[in-house]
Structure formats: C-alpha cells, structure tokens
Design a protein around this ligand. Structure first.
Ligand SMILES: O=C(O)CCC(=O)C(=O)O
Length: 265
C-alpha cells in the first residue's frame, strides 16, 4: 500500500465513499497553481461562470484540459496519484477520466449545489474516484460529502448548476436532490491545507459552501476510473460530453483518450 495510506483509509473509502488523504498533492501545489492560472487565462470550450447577474464574486469552472495544460499532465503522469487511487478503489488498473478546475474567488457566496457526479458521466461501475484538492488553505469552503450516499439505490436528479433545471428528461428515474443539512445526514468535511485531497466516489453526494473569505479558493479535481468502469449511455448528452468518442455500452473506456496511468502487476 502507498505510504500515505493505511488500511483504515481504504476501509473508510469503501464504506463511506469518502476519505481525506492528507498531503496527496503537497509536492505539486506550485505546479497545479500554475496550471490553474494557465487554464483561467486560456479557458477551454467547457469553461463556465456559475453566477447569475448581480451575485458577488466569481465562480469559474472548466474541465478536460489536462492534455493541453502541461502542468496538469505532469502531475497526472508523474505523481503517486495513480497508485493511491488503485489502493483506494482496490483496482489493478487506473485510467484518467478527466480533470476539473473550480475556483471561487473571494466574496463568492454561492454554494456549489448538492449533486452526485455519476449521473452526469457516461461511466458505470463502483471502482472510481475523484480527488478534490484545494490549492489554498480552506476552512469553511471545502468539499462536503454525505457518507454512504455512493451506496444509495436511486441516483440523485442531476440538474444544471446555473439554471437549476433537470439535466435529463426522465425525472422519475431519480430521487429529488436532498437537503443533507436539514435532513440530518452524516456530512464529512475538513479544514484543509493546499495539496490535501478529499477522495470520493462518483456516487457520493457532495457540495460546497460559498467562499466568503478574502482569500481565493482554487480547487483541482482529478477523476480516475478502475477495473470495472464501463461506458454507459445516458438519456441525453453527458457532462463532459467527449463528442465523437465512438464507444458502445459495456465497453471499457478507450485507452487512447483515457490513458492507463497505473497498472499493478
Ligand atoms: O469545488 C467545488 O465547489 C465543488 C467540487 C465538485 O463538485 C467536484 O469536484 O466534483
């Protein structure tokens, strides 16, 4: 097992769908910060500003940029993140799904809505992990995850973050978005230092408070998949869409687009 992990990390991740990994990207903070600056200066086609007219601050997000942002590629290929993911997922192989940058500038009161990532993705399976890592010290505005929600039977309705409308037409196939604070759910959240990471399953319900502090809250999220990941069709375009991927249901993700970064012999 990787030196950053104990058996308790693995058991907690498997049971709760979320665990804190201290210092996962600690040696790569300057590189990731430089990548985020480059990403914000040169946004990609999916870049979004998630605030309505008149809402204070700035909430920028963008994804699927690692192949054109050398700092991200460097970290993905040359850090221990693949090995840590293999241990947590109990997987022999680790493939990159995509990267995601989420920046809340000072005075951004908008919370990130509660959601599961899985229903937006074209990936089926339980062996998957996202690592959410702040590049600034965070106290109140870190990721909040509902323990055990990755094992819920029905997925949570995916919605558009800005318009707050349903992402797909068939609302009955989903449960309504819960209010974990009001419903007394077990929420995991931590005060974090730059380079710490929350590891969470694609099925884990998560959100974040606004950033009402005077410091930036830059976060890098890296999404990886393991052995049981298979392409699945959704009732509409997925997010990210990966247009022209050409995969059919049940197929493993194509390795030329989603490279293997770790393989256990
Ligand atoms: O950074 C945030 O506010 C939310 C992050 C998130 O939803 C994710 O990484 O999947």
């Amino acid at each position: 097992m990787h030196a950053l992990l104990t058996q308790d990390h693995v058991d907690t991740f498997q049971r709760d769908g979320v665990v804190l990994i201290k210092g996962l990207f600690a040696d790569h903070v300057e590189t990731i910060r430089a990548g985020i600056e480059r990403n914000m200066k040169e946004p990609g086609p999916y870049a979004a500003e998630n605030l309505k007219e008149g809402e204070g601050g700035r909430f920028f997000d963008d994804y699927c940029n690692w192949t054109r942002i050398p700092e991200f590629e460097e970290v993905i290929r040359n850090s221990d993140v693949g090995e840590v993911a293999a241990d947590l997922m109990q997987s022999k192989r680790v493939q990159v799904f995509h990267d995601h940058v989420l920046v809340k500038e000072p005075g951004t009161s908008k919370p990130t809505p509660w959601h599961q990532d899985g229903p937006y993705y074209f990936v089926d399976g339980m062996q998957n992990v996202s690592f959410w890592s702040p590049m600034d010290t965070v106290r109140g505005a870190s990721l909040r995850c509902v323990a055990g929600s990755h094992a819920w039977e029905k997925p949570v309705l995916p919605t558009r973050w800005l318009a707050e409308t349903s992402f797909y037409p068939n609302e009955d196939d989903y449960m309504p978005v819960p209010d974990p604070d009001a419903e007394g759910m077990e929420i995991r959240e931590w005060e974090m230092e730059p380079g710490d990471a929350v590891a969470f399953n694609y099925g884990t319900l998560h959100g974040a408070r606004g950033n009402t502090t005077e410091s930036r809250r830059r976060a890098f999220s890296l999404r990886l998949v393991g052995d049981d990941a298979r392409y699945v069709e959704r009732p509409g375009p997925t997010s990210p869409p990966f247009l022209g991927h050409g995969m059919t249901p049940g197929q493993m993700l194509r390795e030329d687009w989603f490279p293997v970064i770790y393989q256990r012999t």
